[in-house]
Design a protein around this ligand. Structure first.
Ligand SMILES: [Zn+2]
Length: 186
């Protein structure tokens, strides 16, 4: 059975996801390939658990967005940002908010720690898209969405689209597929 994409304003996107525990690992191993499937189908570069209704602190990513490039597939369990540096203000797109692209203020670099599926802890220092990924996806694990960080002007501009997504949700319809202006959705 496949997993389904969760779209705004589904209340699951507002929940704080639970930490992955050792006893969750069987379920995690089963869920990881299905999360990658959804991510590739939506042509994203990263996906957080709540975006498929899996309320655990898990992120899958492939910054190349190329399903053939298995070497670039990463799974981050219980990720935490330990340090932020600098600042960027770049376009961002979210798979759970189809059609919305806006500039979001983020740290330009992060030091993050996480566990892999073998239970080994890693530390990573990264910038650019990788830094954006950690910040955007950890926000998802905390129930925070891009719209919470958008300017009032951007919110106003996208109000009709947000309304449409709200109508789709109410009618239990999958939102229209809208290509985002950014090629790297999260
Ligand atoms: Zn997102």
């Amino acid at each position: 059975m496949g997993l389904k994409m969760v779209f705004y304003p589904d209340p699951r996107l507002r929940e704080v996801s639970k930490a992955v525990m050792p006893e969750d690992m069987t379920q995690i191993r089963e869920t990881v390939p299905r999360m990658f499937e959804v991510m590739y189908r939506q042509r994203g570069v990263g996906l957080a658990g709540p975006q498929v209704g899996f309320m655990r602190r898990i992120i899958v990513a492939n910054l190349t967005a190329d399903p053939q490039n298995k070497a670039e597939e990463k799974v981050f369990l219980n990720p935490q940002i330990r340090k932020k540096s600098g600042s960027m203000f770049e376009d961002e797109g979210c798979l759970s908010l189809p059609g919305i692209t806006a500039k979001i203020r983020r740290a330009a670099g992060v030091k993050a720690v996480y566990f892999d599926v073998e239970g080994q802890m890693w530390e990573v220092d990264c910038e650019g898209l990788c830094a954006k990924l950690f910040q955007h996806e950890i926000d998802h694990l905390d129930g925070v969405l891009m719209i919470d960080k958008m300017s009032a002007a951007d919110i106003k501009q996208f109000k009709p689209l947000l309304r449409e997504l709200e109508e789709d949700y109410k009618a239990k319809r999958e939102p229209k597929h809208r290509r985002n202006a950014v090629p790297t959705e999260l």
